[in-house]
Design a protein around this ligand. Structure first.
Ligand code: ADP
Ligand code: MG
Length: 672
């Protein structure tokens, strides 16, 4: 592309543009300069700063450069090569259009431009004061492209200087601007460094991808949990592309990279709308990562706002925001139907949950998806009946908290991983299972639910006991009882929909039963018959139940009486395999096989006992398996916090033992 020819804007255009000072802080000036470099088709942009850009803000690009003839007027107000008539304003595709960025900067700082176009034999260097070239442009050596140096910002405006935050804060803001443009313009390589430092704060290669740049700049953990997001509407003339974090990921403060027609902007209305959707999916006080590129018919964007206003408005704003909000909800649901299903199953009357309309329940088996227009999204739900709530209401609350601006990302809870198979979840209509689920729901102790929902895990004492904190009370909790109940509830809720845990080699049920009968725990006596006879009986009994065990519990038993798989109940969680022999024995002896409800209840209970944390569980990592400490802290308690409905008896027995009231010691145990 050739360097644009710079013309003075027509007077009327000048007057119609509500103009003002562009520069309020280094990051504003930088944003304008990055956009100029992008307009000039650069593929490499290097930013160097000193004292957060207050002392020095320099940007070097390899774009078209500025023609020498234009260096005289480039810093005059309303000088631009990008717009000639007012009509252009509505179809403008380049970022700048006001021709006032450089002019404004030259009024508040020492500005020097070194630039070379492709057809020039050398580079030219020019300095400016108050929009005017000082002296003449001087020839010098240089590569094609433009280097703009801004020094001593606000040297001549004491009040502005005082209004500015610290150099560190300005640097953070500059970093944010470079990071965001680097993600959005991933084909362009960006670097950011402090003057004098060899190391770069940010470095992205040219021709990268948005996700790769998010990984490099933000964190690998967020890059792993991104969902690709698209949404468009021809009537409203907009389209959105981008990436949003799924429900397994959260940050303390919402990170929202928003570009409208490729310009970095803020839209509080859009952010709030999207955050309202996430509030139903994320733990309390945690927020998503969002990168959205919104393209709107240029005629509908209010381009004529003051350039310092990052907050934008556009035509049909409410309708567009609503569409985007719905698309976000669908995207999150798509990856999370297991949790939704759980909700629906546990809470009778919650038939407004998407995908489970009362209509489809009456259809008796037909799994016709409800019409799109029937969908009611969580954020639109109004509570009219106390029973009519989503489980998420118990789990999360959209609370706004102020946390210091930081890009530090932490991965909160890992379970309920996005699994495409979730889409094919079958609906379980067995009355027995439904009524077992409602027993759990009706038996839930609301006070304890509140406690576990908001608890902070302090640490494990041993496999059996852990300490948790809730508000200023410290409790000793029984991890064995809690984890057993957790798995019992998971077994009911995901009934018939488990993933598979494959045993590295199938194990003979007969052999397992022989091992179990040798254990004191089995209570075997000679009166029970020989161990061999019993083991054969156990093996053939379980084999006769194989189709059901496979279908509902993902327990596969082959024709040789070997057990091949177990249900996958919680992401990354593998039960302690030492318990497998007793589990087989108890399946044969403790399960009430004859009536459906009792059978499922006892089967779920025995399975939960096997999956629960065990009193004498190995603490070392073995065979690549994590030790109990890790499982308890990172898998079990997060899942308890998220989904356990504690039964009434937990309030009477010793599952939760209050051991201290920490009004004074509160801070000692406070985490995060
Ligand atoms: P605008 O971008 O609105 O046109 P600016 O004040 O930002 O106004 O820039 C004035 C002009 O200077 C631009 O129109 C462009 O021709 C030229 N210019 C500024 N920066 C660069 C750059 N990095 N490379 C090439 N040309 C530039
Ligand atoms: Mg510009």
């Amino acid at each position: 592309m050739e360097a644009g020819i710079i013309k003075k804007l027509d007077e009327t255009v000048v007057n119609r543009i509500a103009a003002g000072e562009v520069v309020q802080r280094p990051a504003n000036a930088l944003k304008e300069m990055i956009e100029n470099s992008l307009d000039a088709k650069s593929s490499q942009i290097q930013v160097t700063v000193k004292q957060g850009g207050l002392k020095l803000l320099q940007i070097q690009d390899n774009g078209t450069g500025i023609r020498k003839e234009d260096l005289d007027i480039v810093c005059e107000r309303f000088t631009t090569s990008k717009l000639r008539e007012f009509g252009d304003l509505t179809s403008i595709s380049t970022y700048g259009f006001r021709g006032e960025a450089l002019a404004s900067i030259s009024h508040v700082a020492h500005l020097t431009i070194t630039t070379r176009t492709s057809d020039s034999k050398c580079a030219w260097k020019a300095s400016y004061v108050d929009g005017k070239l000082t002296g003449t442009a001087k020839p010098c050596a240089g590569n094609q492209g433009t280097q703009i140096t801004v020094e001593d910002l606000f040297y001549n405006i004491a009040t502005r200087r005082k209004a500015l935050k610290s150099a560190a804060e300005e640097h953070a803001k500059v970093t944010e601007v470079v990071s965001r443009y680097a993600v959005h313009n991933h084909r362009v390589g960006f670097t950011l460094k402090k003057q004098g430092d060899n190391a770069t704060d940010i470095r992205t290669p040219p021709n990268s991808t948005a996700v790769d740049n998010i990984r490099t700049i933000y964190s690998p953990s967020v890059a792993r949990e991104l969902l690709e997001f698209t949404c468009e509407d021809t009537n409203l003339k907009f389209s959105v592309k981008g990436y949003i974090s799924n429900a397994n990921y959260s940050v303390k403060k919402c990170i929202f990279l928003l570009f409208i027609n490729h310009r970095l902007v803020d839209s509080t209305a859009l952010r709030k709308a999207i955050e309202a959707v996430y509030a139903s999916y994320l733990p309390k006080n945690s927020h998503p990562f969002l990168y959205l590129s919104l393209e709107i018919d240029p005629q509908n964007v209010d381009v004529n706002v003051h350039p310092t206003k990052h907050e934008v408005h556009f035509l049909h704003e409410d309708s567009i925001i609503e569409k985007i909000q719905q698309a976000v909800e669908s995207k999150l649901l798509g990856c999370n139907s297991s949790r939704t299903f759980y909700t629906q199953a546990l809470l009778p009357g919650a038939n407004a949950v998407p995908g489970v309309s009362s209509k489809s329940n009456d259809n008796g088996g037909s799994s016709a998806a409800p019409e799109k227009k029937d969908k009611i999204y969580a954020h639109q739900m109004v509570r009219t009946d106390p029973r009519d709530q989503k489980l998420e209401k118990f789990l999360t609350k959209p609370t706004e908290t102020k946390t210091p601006e930081d890009n530090e990302v932490d991965q909160e809870e890992k379970q309920a991983k996005c699994n495409p198979e979730d889409q094919n979840r079958r609906e379980i209509k067995l009355t027995s299972v439904l009524s077992l689920r409602s027993q759990v729901e009706n038996g839930c102790h609301t006070g304890l639910r509140e406690t576990v929902k908001n608890m902070t895990f302090v640490g494990s004492v041993n496999p059996e006991y852990a300490l948790i904190q809730h508000v200023n009370k410290l409790y000793l909790t029984n991890t064995l009882a809690l984890s057993e109940e957790l798995f019992y509830q998971i077994l009911l809720n995901d009934f018939g929909n488990f993933g598979i845990l494959k045993l590295s080699s199938p194990a003979s049920i007969y052999e397992l039963a022989m091992i179990a009968l040798d254990l004191e725990e089995s209570g075997w006596t000679e009166a029970d018959g020989t161990k061999e006879d019993l083991s054969s009986y156990i093996s053939s009994l379980l084999q006769s139940k194989a189709p059901m065990l496979d279908d509902y519990f993902s327990i596969q038993i082959d024709d040789n009486g070997k057990i091949c798989t177990l249900p996958y109940l919680l992401d990354d969680y593998v039960p302690a395999m030492e318990g497998l022999p007793m589990y087989m024995l108890r399946l044969a002896t403790e399960v009430e096989w004859d009536t459906e409800l009792d059978c499922f209840q006892t089967l779920c209970r025995e399975t939960a006992k096997f999956y629960a944390i065990q009193r004498n569980q190995a603490s070392e990592e073995e065979d690549g398996e994590q030790g109990w400490q890790w499982k308890v802290e990172h898998l079990v308690y997060p899942a308890i916090r998220k989904m356990l409905l504690p039964p009434q008896h937990f309030a009477q027995d010793t599952t939760f033992l209050q051991i201290a009231n920490l009004t004074e010691l509160y801070r000692v145990f406070e985490r995060c």
